[in-house]
Each structure stands twice: as structure tokens, then as C-alpha cells.
Design a protein around this ligand. Structure first.
Ligand code: ADP
Ligand code: MG
Length: 303
């Protein structure tokens, strides 16, 4: 089976900034694949290369088996791309936007409607509203409808949920799930670590490099059993004491608790005893469920 997307040693710099550094990824047909990383990680650069809009300095990228530099014009008909900042025309209505994108690709809206209907359903109630007057969630749905208008096989979505409310974010992920069931391969980037669990597989990226790739479960599994929460009334005192324990490899603030990454020799009862001797009498330590954020912290520290 040909990979839907394959990159090998992909590298791209802007002046002295290496935006992508030797990125090799394989994405299979029908995957919902997440690019997870903070601002500046290189997510948009990778999207633009895959969308055939930017050339890499080195390395290769193939989409649907076709090299993105050589076969860019063929690929543009087969790729749907939703850039980071929605590319809608704010002074055009909902329908005018849709018609405009349909005309760019020379397709009929009616032919594409079965595919976009689940995304477009709510919007179809106000076809004449200016795109600029839509809520964030509705703009996002219109932008996705426009990206789907030519029935692409590959959908590239660059931070589609940034700045959108939590309910719309969740609805959006549900829609991606149903598009995926229709066989579309989806690559979606996000800086919200909690969205990683909505993807089949993810790549964790930082400073242009892929730090790890796999299912969210597989990535968090190797950390389970090693991660603990710790709380006490004196959180700063707790942090400085715990950081001195050799069985704790890392200790950081996580919401209102501390997360401890521990070695196999860590004993919570022993730690409580040590903290008491140090004057911290009310500490509690209990197992934590690792999330992608923990994985990310560990990966970037190891770096
Ligand atoms: P992300 O989308 O993950 O935030 P980007 O791909 O936008 O990351 O950026 C990666 C790095 O490249 C960042 O350090 C960013 O500042 C830099 N960069 C991106 N685009 C440009 C550009 N057009 N000119 C100069 N530097 C850029
Ligand atoms: Mg970006």
C-alpha cells in the first residue's frame, strides 16, 4: 500500500531559523493524524510543504505517491487545505464563499454537497450572512466546507480549533471523525495537547523535529506506573524537597498539583516520611494518569 503521505529528511529554514529539521513521517490512507506541538514547532511549515505551497530545502515529501514539488498542480486538485488563519472572504456571504471556492476548482456545489452536508448543515440556515459576521465556530465550519468543496482525498488542517470555544472544538473533532470514516486522510495540527486523544496517531513536534510518533495510548503507556501527583499546603517547599530525591527524575507544576516522574525505586510512603522530617507534614502523593502534556514535557527535557 502506498502511504497517503510520506516525508523523508524534510528540512526547511527561514534565514537562521530551522523550521523543519529532518522530518520523516509516514501517514497511511484513511488516518486521522495529529501534529502536536507548541507555537513555532514547525507545524505550519510542514502543512505548507504538504499543500505544495512551499518548497523544502532538503528531503522529500510525497502525497498520494506524488512528489509535492514535481506534481504540485495535480496534487492541488486532490488536497484540501485549511490554512492557520481562516482563508474566508469576510465581505462575502456564506454561499458566495462556497461558490467562489467551487469556481476555483471548477466543481458544482451540488456534486459536493453529500460530502460537506454534515459540516454545512447549520450554515445552510443563513446562506446570506456575511462570513465576517459568523461566530468563530461557524467560520471554522464554513472554512472546512470550502476546503472540502472539490472532494479532496487528503485534508490538511492547520490549527483549525485555535481560538474556538470548547463546544465548537468538540463538534469539529466529531466532524473530522465522520470525514475520516468516508475514507479521507486527515492531517490536523494543534497546540492543544488534550486534542491529541482525538487522533488515531500523532507526531509530537518541537523546534522542527519529530520527538515521537505513535498512537496517543502507546505514547502515554510507557510512562504509566511512573507518574504521581503530589500536593501540600506549601507547594513551593514541596517542589524544592521533591526535586532533591534521586528516585524522582522530574517534578513540575501541573494544574494545582505537582507531577512527579519517578524511577522504579520510588516509594510514596518513604517520600511522605522524608517530607515530614523536612517539615512538610500534610503532603499527599498518589498515582497520576499521564497525558500527552506529560509526554511532551518529558520528551523536550530529554532533548
Ligand atoms: P508553528 O506552525 O508550529 O507555530 P511555524 O512553521 O509557523 O510553526 O514556524 C516554525 C519556525 O519558523 C518559527 O520559529 C517561526 O518563527 C519561523 N517562521 C515561520 N515562517 C516564517 C517566515 N515566513 N519567515 C521567517 N521565519 C518564519
Ligand atoms: Mg502554525
Amino acid at each position: 500500500m502506498t502511504a497517503a503521505i510520506a516525508t523523508e529528511g524534510l528540512t526547511k529554514s527561514y534565514g537562521s531559523v530551522k523550521a523543519l529539521d529532518n522530518v520523516s513521517l509516514n501517514i497511511e490512507p484513511g488516518e486521522l493524524f495529529g501534529l502536536i506541538g507548541p507555537d513555532g514547532a514547525g507545524k505550519s511549515t510542514l502543512h505548507r510543504i504538504l499543500a505544495t505551497l512551499l518548497k523544502p530545502d532538503a528531503g522529500k515529501a510525497a502525497v498520494l505517491g506524488l512528489d509535492v514539488v514535481r506534481y504540485y498542480s495535480q496534487l492541488r486538485d486532490r488536497i484540501g487545505y485549511m490554512p492557520e488563519r481562516f482563508s474566508l472572504y469576510h465581505d462575502m456571504t456564506v454561499m458566495e464563499n462556497l461558490r467562489f471556492f467551487a469556481s476555483l476548482f471548477g466543481v458544482n456545489i451540488a456534486d459536493s454537497y453529500p460530502l460537506i452536508a454534515p459540516v454545512f448543515r447549520q450554515l445552510s440556515k443563513f446562506p446570506d450572512r456575511m462570513a465576517g459576521k459568523l461566530s468563530g465556530g461557524m467560520k471554522q465550519k464554513l472554512a472546512l466546507s470550502c476546503a472540502l468543496i472539490h472532494r479532496p482525498e487528503i485534508l490538511l488542517l492547520d490549527e483549525p480549533t485555535t481560538g474556538v470555544d470548547a463546544v465548537s472544538r468538540s463538534e469539529f473533532w466529531d466532524m473530522l471523525g465522520s470525514l475520516r470514516e468516508k475514507g479521507i486522510t486527515i492531517v490536523v495540527s494543534t497546540s492543544y495537547m488534550d486534542e491529541a486523544t482525538r487522533c488515531g496517531r500523532i507526531a509530537v513536534i518541537d523546534k522542527g523535529r519529530v520527538l515521537a510518533a505513535g498512537t496517543p495510548d502507546a505514547l502515554t503507556r510507557h510512562m504509566s506506573g511512573k507518574l504521581y501527583n503530589a500536593v501540600a499546603s506549601d507547594m513551593f517547599g514541596l517542589l524544592t524537597r521533591l526535586r532533591k530525591m534521586p528516585e524522582i527524575t522530574d517534578c513540575y507544576t501541573f494544574g494545582s498539583t505537582l507531577h512527579l516522574i519517578t524511577t522504579g525505586r520510588f516509594d510514596p510512603a518513604g517520600a511522605i516520611g522524608y517530607l515530614k522530617a523536612e517539615g512538610i507534614a500534610d503532603a499527599r502523593i498518589y498515582p497520576a494518569t499521564p497525558g500527552i502534556e506529560d509526554i511532551f514535557i518529558q520528551l523536550t527535557r530529554d532533548d
